[in-house]
Design a protein around this ligand. Structure first.
Ligand SMILES: Nc1ncnc2c1ncn2[C@@H]1O[C@H](COP(=O)(O)OP(=O)(O)OP(=O)(O)O)[C@@H](O)[C@H]1O
Length: 681
């Protein structure tokens, strides 16, 4: 893509185009002790009143501007006031990066080692100890704890942070905490009368927090709970809108970045874009134009490995401006030191369930306009250490027309895992009191999937297999594959592949101008049946090499084969956890076959029966269960091949529907795979 020189041409005009003045400087001094910083936060003035209210009320809804100090301070106030009692304080976060970085910050504020008094727990990673009292936890992890401890008896206080995001897991917790609180209260009353032996008798306090929340709605749900407002923000953020709407938001972001870079005082820049592709394209353009003007570009999106995401928090070298290109995963909760300028494209990707009626039957990501709540959260990432500036790449009128808040995930995402989790708790999605009830079609689709996987019987009752599936920290279909591998005696191989699939980073690096070199470097791993066994071959080759080679040779080996080493390291950690879970459910993960091709593919077919397609006479592939015609993704080892039947990990919806992570299987594998599957096509 050729781009105009950003400075001279097509300057973007903002409504107040004087822009931030050069005289602005960041006010906080690096030598300021953390304690002093704490005392200066707006919430500090309200500390005593807050504690009093929380002590008196079972549920508190707390609203305060971004950066006012809710997330880092409230848990510490609770601890200092003795409200944790003998239990712990959990603070939920919709995103893992927020949970890990907040725990590190609060541990530093208290002068303790991370994992002692303050810890965190996110999927596949936990740093906590016996003396942990404040635990930052992803909402998904707290849901998992619920499965083994239905009264969450280890916690005295649960803080639901960033509740406005209304993730499926947060909604799940909002609903369950309401009934848990009643049960624990009853237990306390009974114990008071000397009749109870339960240890989970301490009452539970619930605190719901956000900067952008429909507080009245939450209050009504929790029996008119008390709403508290923390006034004020620590530093101002000046907002600029474009004079006219921008059609190409990547190009506009590029030009706005250089307007800041060339004209404005030091300070790092955070740019919000919808997805990885836009981020990579903007990264290239910035690097191309910034040759003589030092810019350090860092990236932040969900599929980047956690260790790489963490780089955005590292210090900016002197005389350099850091520019972080992020999706909405950097939108809430986190403080990125140095950020003074935010550029908001006004777009994000939103997960949506495409129903079978529209040719789907799967979750997909669609680029959409953000909401007012998101715009405010994005602006709030500036102005955390000093005055900040937010450049919105849309007009003020467009902002006024944005929806106030996004539709809750429960109304737009696949519910399969949630239904399974509720079943394990003895509940039904249809009968649980949610803040917003789910769409009945999504409930039916989830029940059907679980029945096909064998997690539910004909009367929608949880089967022993379903309970085993819920024990695994992966999607139900992957858990089903692992359990099927026990029958086919290939659990070792299957867990290897499932771990690689579950890793958050892409294994195969794709560099468009080196396609031939890539194909030849990786040809030795290629398995004729497709991607699943190719992944296994690649992992085996990596492990064999890693046994004898040092760190730098391993890195070189990965580079030569265009592979992402982080995928291997992350997958090996995930594998450890899956092996432990196998042990817990009585499965021998060491089970392995010499010739594993057939058993592995049979196991995968059991879990992927809904993610399969059959070759049609016209050469296209049609979903076995569903109406979509799908194409094999160009990145697959089976791209352009015609095989009678395929199974795949996921569907990607662009201008076509692509199947990704594809293997070829004989049609006969589907016979009897489930009672609902028709024979052949
Ligand atoms: N990692 C960090 N490095 C430097 N300062 C930090 C860090 N974390 C927090 N702070 C400081 O503490 C302030 C309060 O942060 P906190 O996350 O508690 O605010 P909040 O009210 O929860 O905001 P939000 O709603 O945006 O999450 C920040 O504005 C910043 O000044």
């Amino acid at each position: 893509m050729s781009l105009p020189a950003p400075r001279k041409k097509r300057r973007i005009h903002f409504d107040d185009d004087e822009g931030p003045k050069r005289s602005h400087s960041i006010s906080s001094s690096p030598s300021t002790p953390l304690q002093k910083q704490r005392e200066q936060l707006p919430i500090a003035k309200e500390r005593d009143a807050l504690i009093r209210e929380i002590r008196e009320n079972d549920v508190t809804i707390l609203l305060g501007e971004t950066g006012s100090g809710k997330t880092t301070q409230v848990p510490q106030y609770l601890l200092e006031a003795g409200l944790a009692g003998k239990g712990m304080i959990a603070v939920t976060q919709p995103r893992r990066v927020a949970a890990t970085s907040l725990a590190a910050r609060v541990a530093a504020e208290r002068g303790v080692k991370l994992g002692s008094l303050v810890g965190y727990s996110v999927r596949f990673d936990e740093i906590c100890g016996a003396d942990t009292k404040i635990k930052y936890v992803s909402d998904g992890m707290l849901v998992r704890e619920l499965l083994s401890d239905p009264l969450l008896s280890r916690y005295s206080v649960i803080v639901l942070d960033e509740a406005h995001e209304r993730t499926l897991r947060t909604d799940f917790l909002i609903a369950n905490l309401k009934s848990i609180q009643v049960k624990r209260k009853q237990a306390t009353d009974v114990k008071g009368k000397g009749k109870c032996t339960s240890s989970a008798v301490n009452p539970l306090k619930i605190i719901v927090m956000s900067a952008t929340l429909d507080a009245e709605k939450f209050s009504r749900f929790y029996h008119n709970a008390r709403i508290l407002y923390v006034k004020g923000r620590q530093h101002p953020v000046k907002i600029f809108y474009t004079a006219v709407n921008q059609t190409d938001y990547v190009d506009s972001a590029l030009r706005t970045f250089f307007q800041i870079h060339l004209d404005q005082p030091p300070g790092d820049v955070l740019i919000f874009l919808p997805g990885q592709e836009d981020i990579e394209s903007l990264e290239k353009s910035i690097k191309m134009h910034a040759k003589r003007l030092p810019v350090l570009v860092s990236l932040m999106y969900a599929s980047l490995p956690p260790s790489q995401q963490a780089r955005i928090f590292s210090a900016t070298p002197p005389q350099t401006r850091k520019c972080i290109l992020a999706t909405n995963i950097a939108e809430t909760s986190i403080t990125i030191p140095g950020i003074k300028y935010v550029i908001d494209t006004g777009k994000s990707k939103e997960k949506r369930y495409l129903s079978k009626d529209t040719g789907g039957g799967f979750d997909t990501l669609l680029t959409r306009d953000i909401t007012k709540a998101s715009a405010m959260q994005r602006a709030g990432r500036a102005g955390r250490e000093g005055p900040g500036f937010c450049f919105r790449l849309y007009t003020e009128e467009a902002f006024n027309n944005l929806a106030a808040a996004s539709e809750p995930e429960i109304r737009r995402c696949s519910l399969t895992q949630s239904v399974l989790e509720l079943k394990c708790l003895g509940q039904d999605l249809e009968t649980v009191e949610f803040m917003d009830p789910p769409d009945i079609n999504s409930v039916v689709a989830a029940l059907k999937t679980l029945w096909i996987l064998g997690a539910l019987d004909d009367s929608k009752t949880l089967t022993p297999l379903g309970r085993q599936m819920a024990s695994f920290p992966v999607e139900p279909y992957l858990a089903r594959i692992i359990l099927a591998s026990s029958t086919h005696e290939c659990t070792s191989e299957v867990i290897d592949i499932v771990s690689m699939i579950s890793s958050s980073s892409k294994l195969f690096l794709d560099i468009s101008d080196q396609r031939d070199a890539i194909a030849s470097a990786r040809s030795k791993f290629r398995h004729p049946s497709g991607d699943h066994l190719t992944i296994l071959n690649t992992l085996r080759a990596y492990q064999e090499m890693a046994e004898t080679e040092n760190k730098s040779s391993r890195k070189e080996w990965c580079k030569q084969h265009f592979l992402n080493e982080r995928t291997f390291t992350e997958a090996l950690k995930i594998r450890d956890q899956l092996r432990v879970t196998c042990g817990r459910v009585g499965l021998d993960w060491r089970a392995s076959k010499k010739d594993s091709e057939d058993p592995v593919l049979r196991s995968f077919t059991v879990g992927l029966v809904q993610q399969s397609a059959l070759l049609q006479p016209d050469g296209s592939y049609k979903q076995l269960m569903g109406r979509s015609v799908v194409k094999i993704h160009p990145g697959s080892t089976l791209a352009d091949k015609k095989v009678p039947a395929i199974i795949f990990d996921e569907l990607v919806y662009t201008n076509q529907i692509y199947a990704r992570g594809v293997s070829s299987v004989p049609r006969s594998y589907f016979n009897g795979a489930t009672p609902a599957i028709p024979n052949g096509s």
